[in-house]
Design a protein around this ligand. Structure first.
Ligand code: GLY
Ligand code: MN
Length: 354
């Protein structure tokens, strides 16, 4: 999955001769390959340097870029400098949101060009997923849905959060995930009131909610889902809280489409929380984009007043967190179209009582 031509087409708009790509997600997006290398995309071609650990695979996978092997005495920077001189590249953008300051200074001192911050070029392109990217994300989500089905058979009183998290990792890998999209969150009982609780030695017991937030990577692309299930019978209050989160999530999904602002989608879910009296316990924004990284832009948040693009893939994940008592979060991932959205998450959302 290579996006060299899309990047090249954007260069004139940003008044650049080339884009220097040094991050893992940037490299993946440009080449559909990750080999700890450096990509230079110009208006007419591309150059990729990598080292001996990756070259054999790069030759098989990378198309549309000239490949150069680094060696002792001639690393990425020296090779990029040579290529820039040869092709008269004067204005070169770089991934300003990804590059450490020290590294920026080293590049800026060495390169014979004006190095210009250009994170927005890649972020803008990456915000809209193309059909191939969408298919990878559907597959990542299918694996994640299957892992959810499997974990339901594993959960029982006495199992600890840590055991359930470990089993989720096992299932996601066994079912085809390349790696985790992030460390799974598993929170039982009162721990569920911390949205990003770390799995520990808390054991599941009857009458507890159990929140699981997990995802994997497929062909470089992430999935993300959260379900809260109940072990044993819930109280009336627990059912009410669960239903409020579910109604808010459905309202968010109903409002999610391209062309509206992230703020308006967030507001649709938040309004349900307000009407039920739980607004103050919904302590984060409604959702984030994801793709090659688990958190990308744009967000479904009250601060995002820009229209969402067609092809944005975002989470919709409202939660209610009652400190010291319990929490509920329900998260699906949706792809935005002009008239609505496709829900990539297929797992049921009615309250599951185990
Ligand atoms: N699922 C993890 C997160 O959204 O931060
Ligand atoms: Mn998420």
């Amino acid at each position: 999955m290579n996006h060299l031509s899309q990047i090249a087409q954007k260069l004139p708009e940003h008044d650049l001769d080339a884009l220097l790509i040094t991050s893992e997600p940037g490299e993946r997006y440009a080449l559909g390959f990750h080999g700890e290398g450096v990509v230079l995309v110009t208006r007419k071609g591309a150059h990729y340097s990598t080292d001996g650990r990756y070259m054999e695979q790069a030759k098989l996978q990378v198309t549309g870029a000239e490949l150069t092997l680094t060696y002792t005495g001639k690393g990425h920077m020296a090779l990029a400098k040579e290529y820039m001189k040869e092709h008269h590249l004067e204005r070169v953008g770089f991934e300003s949101g990804q590059m450490p300051v020290d590294e920026y200074h080293r590049w800026a001192e060495l390169l014979p060009c004006i190095l210009t911050p250009a994170q927005g070029l890649l972020d803008g392109l990456r915000a809209s997923k193309d059909p191939q990217e969408l298919e990878a994300m559907r597959q990542a989500q299918r694996i994640t849905d299957q892992a959810f089905g499997e974990i339901l058979n594993f959960i029982r009183p006495g199992r600890t959060e840590r055991e359930i998290a470990a089993r989720l990792v096992y299932e996601l890998l066994r079912l085809g995930g390349e790696k985790m999209a992030f460390d799974p969150i598993v929170a039982a009982g009162a721990n569920g009131s911390k949205p990003h609780a770390q799995p520990g030695d808390q054991a599941v017991a009857p009458g507890m909610f159990l929140t699981m937030d997990f995802g994997c990577v497929w062909e470089g692309y992430c999935s993300d889902m959260t379900r809260t299930v109940c072990v044993g019978q819930p109280t009336e209050e627990m059912e009410r809280v669960y239903q409020t989160v579910l109604d808010a999530q459905k309202a968010g999904i109903a409002a999610a489409r391209a062309g509206v602002t992230g703020k308006s989608v967030d507001a649709a879910a938040r309004q349900v929380m307000e009407e039920a009296g739980y607004e103050e316990y919904f302590s984060h924004s409604l959702g984030h984009s994801l793709g090659l990284e688990i958190h990308e832009s744009p967000n479904l948040s009250y601060t995002n007043e820009k229209p969402l693009p067609v092809g944005a893939v975002t989470s919709v994940e409202p939660g209610i967190y009652l400190p010291g008592r319990f929490g509920v979060r329900i998260e699906d991932v949706v792809a935005l179209g002009e008239t609505g959205c496709e829900n990539l998450t297929q797992s049921p959302k009615n309250l599951i009582v185990l």
